[in-house]
Design a protein around this ligand. Structure first.
Ligand SMILES: *[C@@H]1O[C@H](CO)[C@@H](O)[C@H](O)[C@H]1NC(C)=O
Ligand SMILES: *[C@@H]1O[C@H](CO)[C@@H](O)[C@H](O)[C@H]1NC(C)=O
Ligand SMILES: *[C@@H]1O[C@H](CO)[C@@H](O)[C@H](O)[C@H]1NC(C)=O
Length: 242
């Protein structure tokens, strides 16, 4: 991964990025909880969001294009020829828009848009800007038994179907849980409760987050006393017979 930007730079050394000429990119509002600050090297954004790529105002009257590269994939996204309307390449139609005023490019992200972007005119090219496209997290589901006997053990799994989770958090009745004698986190997505107490009853929330989103869900766990037939039958103060 580290070698890639270097290779791309070497490969483009012939045309040479003009000193100081850079692409500025930012994610447009609204976009989950993605950072909306403009950047000039690496932008992390979310699938479904719109990214605006811009360059300093160019001299009018030159042919210009936005280019994309990722490994062996090289594509022209959009081209602008003087006195003609902007042309969007087939794979980007409906997802890209080029401004003929300032040459800025708007792209509605699909997951395969991750890669390197630059702007090039007849006389100069910008450096490459890296775009990382992260899948926003869907609502997790908590899997496990909703009843456990007092003194018993149980596990709650937090399962997320869409997106890759960076961090998991667990809460009980709104309070953040820490690992303790009775609680253990396994593979970050599993909460193990050992020797359950009556007061372990409550709403358990799994909170998940990654660079562009967070999501959560809750689950009611009830701890109940063991229903003891033996004690019931031998209890001196009732005369139940079976
Ligand atoms: C959580 O995921 C659901 C889809 O599973 C989505 O509709 C919702 O907006 C997400 N919540 C947040 C806070 O992003
Ligand atoms: C759990 O998360 C921590 C950081 O939050 C990470 O270092 C660790 O590798 C994760 N473990 C597993 C099994 O995913
Ligand atoms: C539950 O009860 C135990 C023992 O009575 C106590 O140590 C623990 O702090 C209680 N936990 C909560 C969440 O109230």
């Amino acid at each position: 991964m580290l070698a890639l930007p270097l290779l791309v730079l070497l490969a483009s050394a012939g045309t040479g990025p003009a000193a100081g000429l850079a692409v500025i990119a930012r994610t447009l509002f609204p976009c989950y909880s993605a950072d909306l600050k403009p950047v000039s090297e690496v932008l992390v954004s979310a699938r479904g969001c719109t990214v605006l790529f811009s360059v300093e105002p160019r001299a009018a009257g030159t042919t210009a294009a936005w280019e994309y590269e990722s490994g062996a994939r090289k594509e022209l996204i959009a081209t602008l020829v003087p006195n003609k309307s902007a042309e969007i390449s087939r794979a980007y139609v409906g997802h890209a828009r080029l401004s003929e005023m300032d040459f800025s490019l708007q792209l509605v992200l699909r997951w395969w848009n991750g890669g390197f972007y630059r702007f090039r005119s007849e006389s100069e090219a910008t450096g490459w800007l890296e775009l990382r496209v992260v899948e926003p997290l869907s609502e997790p589901e908590i899997l496990g038994n909703s009843f456990v006997e007092v003194g018993g053990d149980t596990k709650l799994y937090c399962n997320v179907l869409e997106g890759q989770v960076d961090v998991y958090w667990w809460k009980r009745n709104g309070k953040l849980l820490m690992e303790s004698n009775g609680l253990q986190f396994i593979h970050n997505n599993t909460l193990e409760i050992h020797r359950a107490l009556m007061n372990d009853t409550g709403y358990y929330t799994c909170i998940v987050s990654n660079a562009v989103s967070h999501n959560e869900t809750s689950f009611l766990l009830r701890v109940h006393r063991i229903f003891n037939w033996w004690r019931l039958r031998n209890s001196p103060d009732d005369d139940l017979t079976f």
